[in-house]
Write a protein that binds this ligand. Structure first.
Ligand code: SF4
Ligand code: SF4
Length: 470
């Protein structure tokens, strides 16, 4: 450890920082909050699966401290390996009783070490594409064309696992074919919307992957918000939120993207910002922290961040639980003859995105949205709070650990025997969808808003209570 010279007369001086002015040094106060209790260890997917203290939150925090104290070098490949293996899922933050801001410390550490360590080629390529709007648009158009050929479905089945997985991820973004409700269900089980809510103006974050590969979910989001007393406006000029870059330690690129989005959303000043991608929502809500060193943008970033809402937050107070009871009048023989009998509920399970549950601490609202969807039965999923192994581009740069984290998730989904696995984040949907496809499961991954929209498309919402005030 590097320390200042000591004298026998005075108190021991504080260690000298080996990385002055680095992002990690600026975030170091967060390290002091760790009391090394280890409560975070069982919550950490990499520790649970790899059983190495260096791959636990407590271990990584100790590595960060040793970097600052000069006991470890920023070029140390072992330090890089353990930092790279972190999913950034932030389950450790939820488990931590001391409030250690682990996510911020991880990003600061990666920003500090990336100047001394080469970034993997795959990561450089992906981050470079997401930084260039035109190039990203071209890549996403190409991906959509490829998806439409159904070639990725075939390649996902015939190629070796490592090569097949990206094709399975792309194939899993194909809009889900949801079951048709019977006439009986459509009449008796309509989505119930609270009628006495004041109309809110919102602007939708279009996103990059959401815009490119989940355009159907973006459209569904607008329809669902419109059906629940929201006026949806557009904010031209917005782009990728910068989360991938921030998580990889490229804070300068993330800040550039944040400034662009802040300027775009400032053009619609009175609107809440509706986000249907948990990772993007977490990033937007942290724009103030991302730009805390920028006097020209910090207040603007805080103002925009304060307007950001996950779409489930916007919907939770607008929807009422679906009627679950049996129909008051049993279907008659004539109903059955005309295909009007009530269908058995569709079994679904919810896998909360880490950046919704741990980074944004949103748990109740998605459950409220799911409970409002008629004709479904929400089945508990074991270890639902554990990461699926997607984590941005983690599944591309750390495929072995990603597979190890995904495997128990797929086993739990199989045990739940559900038709649909619901998650509100594109990365999770692609990771889970690809894993399910590759394992031969008939379960499909779907965004909760697609399920809700499907129910609203089948039959108009039932307005309950006072007439709409708008
Ligand atoms: S990060 Fe929190 S939970 Fe983990 S060891 Fe430190 S204080 Fe304990
Ligand atoms: S962010 Fe997730 S993977 Fe990383 S240390 Fe925390 S719990 Fe473990």
């Amino acid at each position: 450890m590097t320390t200042s010279p000591t004298t026998s007369a005075g108190p021991s001086p504080l260690p000298t920082c080996a990385l002055p002015d680095s992002p990690l040094a600026k975030a170091a106060a967060g390290l002091d909050a760790c009391v090394h209790c280890g409560f975070c260890l069982p919550a950490c997917p990499t520790y649970v699966n790899l059983q190495d203290e260096n791959d636990s939150p407590r271990g990584r925090l100790l590595l960060m401290r040793r970097l600052l104290d000069g006991e470890l070098d920023v070029r140390d490949p072992d330090v890089g390996t353990h930092m790279d293996r972190c999913l950034g899922c932030r389950a450790c933050e939820t488990a931590c009783p001391s409030g250690v801001p682990y996510g911020q410390l991880l990003e600061a550490t990666r920003a500090t070490t990336r100047v001394a360590r080469p970034v993997p080629l795959v990561a450089r390529v992906v981050l470079g594409v997401f930084q260039r709007e035109m190039l990203l648009s071209l890549v996403l158009v190409g991906a959509r064309v490829l998806r439409a050929t159904r070639l990725p479905d075939w390649l996902a089945r015939v190629l070796p696992a490592r090569l097949a997985f990206p094709f399975a991820m792309l194939a899993s973004t194909t809009p889900a074919r949801l079951p048709q409700a019977s006439a009986h269900d459509r009449v008796l089980h309509r989505v119930r919307v609270r009628a006495s809510q004041a109309r809110r103006t919102v602007v939708r974050l279009d996103g990059c992957v959401m815009r490119g590969l989940f355009a159907h979910t973006n459209a569904a989001t607008t329809r669902v918000l419109s059906a629940t007393a929201h006026t949806v406006r557009s904010a031209p000029g917005q782009g990728c939120c910068g989360a991938l870059h921030a998580h990889a330690g490229d804070l300068d690129a993330a800040r550039d993207m944040a400034r662009r989005n802040i300027a775009a959303f400032e053009r619609v000043p009175d609107a809440l910002i509706a986000v249907n991608s948990a990772g993007c929502g977490a990033m937007l809500k942290e724009y103030g922290h991302l730009l805390h060193d920028d006097p020209a943008w910090h207040a603007r970033a805080e103002a925009v961040a304060s307007r950001v809402r996950d779409v489930s937050e916007l919907l939770a107070d607008r929807l009422l639980p679906a009627a679950r009871e049996a129909s008051p009048a049993a279907p008659t023989a004539r109903d059955s003859a005309h295909g009007a009998a009530s269908s058995p509920p569709v079994r679904i399970a919810y896998d909360p995105p880490c950046h919704l549950m741990h980074a944004q601490r949103i748990t109740r609202e998605p459950q409220a949205v799911l409970s409002a969807i008629p004709g479904v039965e929400l089945v508990p999923l074991v270890d639902a709070d554990q990461c699926c192994g997607s984590a941005g581009i983690y599944n591309l740069v750390e495929p072995d650990t990603s597979d190890a984290v995904l495997a128990p998730k797929l086993r739990h989904v199989a045990d739940a025997r559900v038709e649909w696995l619901v998650s509100g984040n594109p990365g999770c949907l692609m990771q889970l969808g690809a894993g399910l496809m590759r394992s031969g499961s008939s379960t499909r991954a779907v965004h909760p808003i697609d399920l809700l929209d499907h129910a609203l498309q089948a039959a108009p919402a039932e307005r309950v209570g006072e007439p709409d005030l708008a």
